[in-house]
Design a protein around this ligand. Structure first.
Ligand SMILES: [Zn+2]
Length: 451
């Protein structure tokens, strides 16, 4: 890490216009994403489904999915444009410096809330962090509202009331702040004490935070949003228990989660510690799938569990964290970067991180391609696991059904998929499952209109 900081020392140069660099990168990323999205957008004009799905979906469903994808793509374009304008305004008007100073003013009135050992810059950083979180939540609210209550609602997917939507936003904000603020305070304190050697500590803290999140998510966080009820006795429960036994899953409990209270999209997953697994089924899935299909989907999920895929994804994300913290160590003491944004005398670490991320975050597409290629690979292997137990054909049927219910885009551009999707496309998965279509048109139109 130290050598990286040394080799980037030349970047601490007052003649570099960091505002210009940051703004150019933001525009560059926007143009790249617009290009990728446009490649996909053109496919939403195609009049017919891909040949491999011939006979699997009605023209009515296909048209509806094209219209739904078009609406989502237009919304994404509008919200990305708004985000870019916001970023440019932040850069031009030195908003970070404004928020930092305001945080200082707020802190002066609320000092009694903070314990003695984190007074000063650290407590100002916590107030600053809360302020930026609130601002970003408020700024993203209109597009989230439009997405849920205009787009998703129109196609029958949104099951939320405005009150639930608002309370979800408040809960999410509270949880993320309560989880992150203590870690942030500790991280800043360590940097105070040990200088940039503590960037390694940052890495360890971030890892710990990720693991904590993984552990708390199923037992503490998700139940705050959804109700989990044990699956009732019956054929489905028997089938799932037999499956778990056959694959030696240490099954503790099978839960049904009421996702239908929020959305009509459906899924299933295994969660928990290595020695005690819980299987979670979305209530939508039970309602619309056969027992065989659910078993096929769960065999895919068991495939993930068998090959420790959660750990693999965690390792991939650790690798990206390592890269990020290494580069941060090269930027943290770059005074020319701070002063470009109006921080001439003080150089708070949290501001350094925000300024650094303004640059690094715009280069994120490279990391996204990497993470998605790892994730897609993992999906193929879980599919292969299900196929090796003879579920290739049933899993194919189940996937088609799920994608029809979700009105997923059936035509996909390769660059768009590599950038946006953690899963291979339906057509790719069917091909790798050696799925053979029996050319039956499902009665999907009836199933979709169930609001
Ligand atoms: Zn999967």
């Amino acid at each position: 890490m130290i050598s990286l900081a040394d080799s980037f020392a030349f970047l601490d140069n007052p003649s570099i216009n960091w505002k210009y660099v940051t703004a150019s990168l933001a525009v560059g990323k926007y143009l790249f994403e617009s290009y990728v999205e446009y490649r996909q957008y053109k496919l939403y004009k195609k009049p017919f489904p891909p040949p491999s799905l011939k006979g699997k979906l009605t023209q009515e469903t296909f048209d509806k999915s094209q219209a739904y994808s078009t609406a989502k793509s237009q919304l994404s374009f509008a919200s990305r444009t708004l985000q870019l304008l916001q970023s440019l305004a932040y850069i031009k008007y030195d908003f970070l410096s404004v928020i930092w100073n305001q945080s200082g003013a707020i802190l002066a009135k609320t000092t009694f809330l903070f314990p003695g050992f984190i007074r000063g810059v650290i407590s100002q950083s916590i107030v600053f962090f809360a302020a930026t979180q609130i601002i970003s939540t408020v700024l993203s609210a209109p597009s989230s509202y439009y997405e849920n209550f205009a787009v998703e609602d129109k196609y029958g997917f949104n099951k939320m009331s405005v009150a639930t939507w608002i309370s979800d936003i408040l809960k999410e904000f509270t949880i993320s702040f309560l989880l992150q603020a203590p870690f942030l305070a500790l991280f800043l304190k360590l940097i105070d004490y040990y200088g940039d050697a503590s960037l390694a500590c940052g890495m360890i803290l971030a890892t710990f935070l990720q693991c904590l999140n993984l552990t708390l998510l199923p037992s503490v966080i998700l139940p705050w949003f959804y109700t989990f009820t044990p699956l009732k006795d019956g054929k489905l429960k028997e089938a799932v228990e037999t499956l778990a036994k056959k694959h030696k899953v240490p099954l503790e409990e099978i839960f049904v989660v009421d996702t239908s209270s929020r959305t009509a999209h459906s899924n299933a997953y295994l969660i928990g510690l290595p020695w005690s697994q819980k299987i979670v089924l979305y209530d939508n899935l039970i309602e619309t799938s056969t027992i065989d299909e659910i078993v096929a989907i769960l065999t895919h999920e068991i495939g993930h569990w068998k090959s420790n895929d959660t750990l693999k994804l965690l390792a991939a994300s650790e690798a990206t964290l390592f890269i990020m913290f290494s580069f941060f160590s090269a930027f943290i003491y770059n005074k020319s970067l701070y002063s470009s944004f109006g921080f001439n005398r003080e150089h708070p670490t949290i501001i350094g991180f925000f300024l650094f991320y303004g640059i690094y975050g715009e280069l994120q597409p490279v990391i996204t391609f990497f993470i998605h290629s790892v994730a897609q690979n993992i999906e193929y292997r879980a599919d292969y696991y299900a196929k090796s137990y003879g579920y290739g054909q049933v899993l194919g049927e189940a996937l088609i059904k799920l994608e029809i219910q979700s009105l997923t885009a059936f035509h996909n551009d390769w660059l768009y998929s590599a950038y946006r999707h953690s899963h291979p496309t339906l057509v790719q998965r069917l091909a790798s499952l050696d799925y053979v279509s029996d050319h039956k048109v499902p009665t999907d139109s009836k199933e979709i209109k169930k609001d």
